[in-house]
Design a protein around this ligand. Structure first.
Ligand code: PLP
Length: 282
């Protein structure tokens, strides 16, 4: 695989980051994951806008423009023959002798690589995902897509050990979001509920694109927190992320959601999202 690092396209074995990189020492960095389908980037503008915002929120600066980043992504897709999968981007504040305070003008580190992966999700769409409920143990700026992912790493471990595919994190009795996804339930009266964007969750790009098409189709989406009890009483549930698009959740903490089978509302959301994603891919 050819990867991008600080202006160069190199074989992955030759691409090196300093042991003094602040991403390594402090988790002082930001990331993005963008899906590629049919050789095109999905929701690219949303991911670039969120990247710019995250970097600004930590007082950093991007060493290249977002237009240049898209060009880098295209070149990586071409070099690696990637038509379906993911592009991972990581920005860190850069490398210098260890000190909590950073030096002004420090040159950031920028790394991008591709991950080939089939994104058809046919088995998941048939059976749905199993979700484990875990406490949300993260910081209070979850709107920043920080590389400090230890709480999510541990939450995913707990979920996997319980035979689940994803963890939904809970704070004060309410679901915040998935360890790497946005959480939704569908109520008995057909409302789609997902938390509003705030510092308590990451503003999902897939969420933004989905809510836009759902609104255009006149579907009722309520942006508010939902409790764990509401989730257990839901008739359907789903999650969204760049790597899953929209997929059904059919089991919560070992209990079936609704019939325990993927339902019509989530199926429709998936179709609406995919149609728009393919239409707007670049
Ligand atoms: N919430 C968290 C905590 C995430 O890590 C992610 C994606 O990794 C999401 C939500 C979904 O965001 P997106 O749809 O932009 O992938």
């Amino acid at each position: 695989r050819i990867v991008y690092i600080n202006g160069e396209f190199l074989p992955e074995t030759e691409a090196k980051v300093s042991v003094f990189d602040r991403g390594f020492l402090f988790g002082d960095g930001i990331y993005e994951v963008t899906a590629v389908l049919g050789g095109k980037l999905i929701d690219s503008a949303l991911h670039m806008a969120r990247l710019e915002r995250s970097v600004k929120e930590i007082g950093g600066f991007l060493p290249v423009s977002t237009e240049e980043i898209v060009a880098i992504e295209r070149r990586l897709m071409q070099e690696n023959g990637l038509s379906e999968g993911l592009i991972y981007l990581q920005y860190t504040r850069g490398a210098e002798d260890r000190n909590f305070l950073w030096s002004e003008g420090l040159q950031p580190t920028l790394v991008l690589f591709t991950q080939a992966k089939k994104l058809d999700h046919s088995k998941i769409l048939e059976n749905g995902l199993k979700v484990k409920i875990v406490p949300d143990q993260r910081w209070e700026r979850r709107d920043i897509k920080s590389v400090c992912l230890l709480p999510q790493v541990l939450a995913k471990r707990i979920a996997a050990d319980a035979g689940c595919d994803e963890a939904w994190m809970v704070e004060d009795g309410f679901v915040t979001e998935g360890a790497s996804s946005t959480a939704y339930i569908v109520t008995a009266d057909g409302k789609i509920i997902t938390r509003a964007n705030s510092n308590t969750t990451l503003p999902g790009c897939t969420r933004a694109a989905l809510l836009q098409v759902a609104a255009e189709q006149g579907l009722t989406v309520e942006e508010r927190p939902f409790s764990v009890e509401e989730a257990f009483a839901a008739v359907e549930a789903c999650l969204t992320s760049a790597s899953n698009f929209v997929v059904p959740v059919t089991s919560l903490d070992g209990k079936p959601v609704g019939t325990g089978k993927p339902g019509p509302v989530v199926k429709r959301l998936r179709e609406l999202y995919m149609e728009n994603a393919l239409k707007t891919a670049i």
